[in-house]
Design a protein around this ligand. Structure first.
Ligand SMILES: NC(=O)c1ccc[n+]([C@@H]2O[C@H](COP(=O)([O-])OP(=O)(O)OC[C@H]3O[C@@H](n4cnc5c(N)ncnc54)[C@H](OP(=O)(O)O)[C@@H]3O)[C@@H](O)[C@H]2O)c1
Length: 263
């Protein structure tokens, strides 16, 4: 799908991967709808888009609130109609062992990215289906396929997002609406500052995978939409781990455990 003249909704667009994605899609000619909680940070991304003559609108919303998602969808559908592209990117969550995680924080980890993607997609799906074209992109973590020790709630939410991606792809087969999963390795966003205690838990073996920039992730997302690609795992070193994991899951599991966090 060409991105010129499309309507793209990007969640978690106030910073990091989401902000870079909004800028990239806008540079390719899409009108971008930016969603996150921080109105001020969203507005500064809108201004950057307008700075190069692009079109963007900020719709602040807390995606842990299902009612707020309903209001967001109503506004977007009313003002723009069905989105051509929906990027479910908003995410957060510290890396903690299950029994070290306060119950409320565990609920928050489930709410985002998983439940947010579930409800946001559900809200836009009827309109996207009836138009018979479009693409949903779910941004996921390598932990969605290779769990590491000491990040139970985080991993469960990413596995659930992966399940949603696969199930939705089956549901939408033949409708003209595609589903992509974009899985980068470590990204040089503020994620690890925003979620303290996680970075130290990256297993030593995973540190062989180079860090990528949010702009690189944005480029991969744009390309996944343009080429209709279902799954993009990168950089190639992560792809190699992923492929090894499919053939020899016990080896990857042992290495991530052996070189990961213990208590
Ligand atoms: N960074 C990495 O190394 C990496 C690698 C692979 C995958 N990922 C995944 O990619 C996604 C984005 O990560 P990132 O690196 O861009 O993180 P980030 O820089 O921390 O950005 C997270 C985004 O999510 C938004 N957000 C958080 N809570 C929200 C809520 N309740 N409602 C609406 N928006 C909310 C934040 O905006 P507000 O705070 O303004 O709401 C922000 O825009 C995450 O799911 C992460 O797991 C990250």
């Amino acid at each position: 799908m060409r991105l010129t003249g499309r309507i793209a909704v990007v969640t978690g667009a106030s910073q990091g991967i989401g902000a870079a994605t909004a800028l990239t899609l806008a540079r390719r000619g899409s009108v971008v709808v930016l969603v996150a909680r921080s109105a001020e940070a969203l507005e500064s991304v809108v201004q950057r888009v307008q700075g190069f003559g692009g079109r963007a609108v900020a719709v602040p919303a807390d995606l842990t609130d299902v009612d707020a998602i309903g209001t967001l969808a109503e506004r977007v559908l009313g003002e723009f109609g069905a989105p051509d592209v929906l990027v479910n990117n908003a995410g957060a969550g510290r890396w903690l062992f299950l029994d070290d995680t306060p119950a409320a924080e565990l609920d928050a980890m489930t709410a985002l990215p998983f439940s947010a993607a579930l409800h946001v997609t559900r809200s836009f799906l009827p309109a996207m289906r009836s138009r018979g074209a479009g693409r949903v992109v779910n941004v996921n973590s390598p932990v969605s396929r290779m769990p590491i020790p000491g990040a139970t709630g985080y991993a469960a939410s990413r596995y659930a997002l992966r399940g949603l991606t696969a199930a939705l792809r089956q549901d939408l087969r033949g409708t003209g609406v595609g589903v992509s999963e974009v899985v980068p390795g470590k990204v040089s966003s503020a994620y690890f500052r925003n979620n303290p205690g996680a970075e130290e838990r990256i297993p030593l073996v995973a540190r062989l995978i180079p860090t990528v920039t949010p702009e690189r992730v944005a480029e991969e997302i744009a390309r996944a939409v343009e080429r209709g690609r279902d799954e993009v795992v990168f950089p190639w070193q992560l792809k190699a781990f992923d492929l090894t994991n499919r053939v020899l899951p016990g080896v990857v599991s042992y290495l991530t455990w052996r070189t990961g966090t213990h208590r």
